[in-house]
Ligand binder design. Sequence first.
Ligand code: G6P
Length: 372
Amino acid sequence: SAAEKGGYDYFMLKEIAEQPKAVADTLLGRIDLAGNLCLDEVRIPAPVLREVSKVVIVACGTASHAGMIAKYAIEHWTRIPCEMELASEFRYRDPILDQRTLVIAISQSGETMDTLMALRHAREQGAKVLAICNTNGSTIPRESDAVLYTHAGPEVAVASTKAFLTQLVACYLVALYLGQVRGTKWGDEILSVIRELSEIATQVEEVLETMEPVRELARTLADKNTVLFLGRHVGYPVALEGALKLKELAYMHAEGFAAGELKHGPIALIEQDVPVVVVVPSPRGRSVLHDKIVSNIQEIRARGARTIVIAERGDETVAPYADHLIEIPATPTLLQPLVATVPLQVFACELATARGNEVDQPRNLAKSVTVE
Ligand code: G6P
């Protein structure tokens, strides 16, 4: 009913709007006044976490994109090797796991069969399993050694939005916590990131307040056949998520690529007026990444692409190559997905609406896939 949707036309719109609160709720009580992480609820003792020699993340769909981003954060802040694997692939290739492996299973519903099977397999091999889950008491957390709940609240729309952002927050918390427990040389950076993470809800809110041009743009693209998405570093999983949302909701051909792979194939797809969404990393700090993506944008534009550029506010170097510029607030590089994904959710939702699709219940999809 309309009341359940809080005045919005679709649950998805309501859930997109709820993201600042969802993100704040996932952080709530998990960072103390001194800026330390308090994750005692993760009932894997610190000595065990100090001995972890490898992290393996398993997940499906949107949750796997959170997992890909988590890999960058975990390896950077903890120096523990980390891989992300689609749960449906993981179990069938005889993965190498032992008592020092920490497996992180990410699932909104806590009922996805592939993810459940992957974690059962991991536990049989002696690995410790930490679930990141949005649904209290569901199967995946019940069968795990520990759980960190995302506090997104119930997510009704099939296409995941607020659950994704809170999965990211939970992943950052786990990565920072592992760093804190193990005392890496990134101590100062960890403290400053924790501070910035505490402010992130405000920045997500700022993004939501500037989405009208994104909706207008989406409406002009309703008759396109294909949209491409490019990103580097953590912008790459964001590109994959943007493409997935468009497939799920707009039923359009959409693909995400690592921008560095352009020259190895995807550039052949660029022709006059093909919309290409590019997620640009912050120009500060990692300027090499930034420079490279700016030249990628120039390359595709020279071949006729219509460039839709998501970049940090005040990033003047990209503006001349952007047919459409979507500005997002400045964040540390690793946290950028929390603000960069939001315009892509809005974009897909609006395109779906413009194409007359059922936003909350896309054809052929289920909210929770409980079969293999
Ligand atoms: C389905 C949903 C997706 C979700 C995926 C994983 O495909 O439609 O939105 O990302 O399952 O679900 P989970 O509940 O494990 O996060």
